[in-house]
Design a protein around this ligand. Structure first.
Ligand SMILES: [Zn+2]
Length: 380
């Protein structure tokens, strides 16, 4: 069940109740593609840094270790020792971006595994079956992710097929949830809006899928190379056509600034690899911009990454020490940076929720953006 606790302009402060606990929104889901957060971060760590939702990938887990194996081990929650909500993406995006040579047909997509080249077929039913085996809290519909530069005719045909696939996903999910041995018969289904940068296609598609009464609605196919302004323009156009009384999820986005802007446009679910990927490269987020800990100026810097940060890295270690670990290629260096970055995102979402509740989201956003845009050199 999803309820809206408070709105402030378009920004919404919501709460999604699931069998694995409640999700306070706006929320940033922490990405653990293969059922692990890259950078040697355990689910015990996730509890410490305030993670609400872990996100795993259908395609990757289907290829390795195999969703049947995960099912035999009791589902993803048991497998990775995480009792809070998990969202699994449908595999659509990976099939279209990672997998080799593919053939799209009405029934689904034939492609080759990026691990061993093995032939795989995935359509709406297969994606739902895999996600049901994984037993995630929220399953994503299987969609086509056309290139953002696809021409309008291609986009129209692709989106029409995505709608047909969505209906098949919904039917299959209902069937799976009614079977006696299904691990999570309460599994939720989110649909995905597509249409590239064509506002009219996006809006028509949003209107069609809004009628299906799904558990949540995502905007997909953004942050794939278009400008930030274009992304905001599409959100301004399409979000008003998605059901307000359901979660609104912007897939794969983004920088702290992107999140702040999207919340202001009515989005309340996010995920992105930036905090983990950047952390692994020694790039850490602060309220005064991003720092590159490889930089020589941190060699003798005994301060934490950010003063007053309550994350495990900042509580115990200095910039100088973490810089040394990174340079020595010690795994702990990466791990501390990833922990700090995920904490930074999770904590920012907490601030966002507080600001919406207090009715001063626009002021909060402006202040946060101004702070982060300051030059790193001006760090105290
Ligand atoms: Zn920190």
């Amino acid at each position: 069940m999803y309820e809206i606790i408070k709105t402030d302009g378009m920004a919404k402060r919501g709460r999604l109740t699931t069998v694995h606990g409640t999700i306070e929104t706006p929320v940033f889901m922490n990405v653990g593609t293969v059922a692990a957060i890259k950078g040697a971060v355990s689910t015990e760590d996730l509890r410490t840094i305030g993670t609400q939702v872990e996100l795993s990938n259908t395609y990757h887990l289907h290829v390795r270790p195999g969703d049947e194996i995960v099912r035999k081990l009791g589902g993803l929650h048991k497998f990775m020792n995480w009792d809070r909500p998990i969202l699994t993406d449908s595999g659509g995006f990976q099939v279209f971006s990672l997998a080799g040579l593919r053939k799209i047909k009405e029934e689904g997509v034939h492609f080759h595994s990026h691990i061993d080249g093995k032939k795989i077929f995935m359509g709406p039913e297969e994606s739902m079956q895999i996600q049901s085996n994984l037993a995630s809290t929220i399953a994503m519909a299987f969609d086509e992710c056309p290139s953002s530069v696809a021409d309008k005719t291609y986009m129209e045909n692709s989106v029409a097929r995505t709608t047909r696939w969505l209906k098949r996903c919904q039917t299959e999910m209902k069937r799976l949830n009614s079977l006696p041995h299904t691990l999570n018969p309460e599994q939720l289904l989110f649909g995905i809006n597509q249409g590239g940068i064509y506002e009219d296609i996006r809006i028509a598609h949003a209107q069609q899928i809004a009628e299906l009464n799904l558990d949540g609605y995502a905007v997909g196919g953004l942050a794939v190379g278009e400008s930030h302004e274009e992304m905001y323009r599409i959100l301004d156009a399409v979000v008003p056509y998605l059901p307000k009384d359901k979660p609104t999820y912007l897939m794969g986005v983004g920088t702290p600034a992107n999140i702040l802007e999207a919340v202001d446009r009515g989005v309340d679910f996010f995920d992105c690899v930036y905090p983990t990927r950047n952390g692994r490269h020694g790039h850490v987020y602060t309220n005064r911009g991003k720092l590159n800990l490889f930089n020589a100026k941190y060699e003798l810097d005994s301060r934490p990454i950010e003063e007053n940060c309550q994350c495990p890295a900042c509580q115990s270690y200095s910039r100088a020490y973490i810089r040394h670990l990174l340079k020595a290629k010690e795994m702990l260096g990466m791990r501390l940076c990833v922990l700090h970055n995920l904490y930074f995102y999770n904590h920012m979402m907490e601030e966002i929720r507080g600001a919406i509740e207090a009715g001063n989201y626009k002021e909060y956003k402006k202040e946060k953006l101004t702070g982060m845009m300051r030059q790193n050199e001006k760090q105290p």
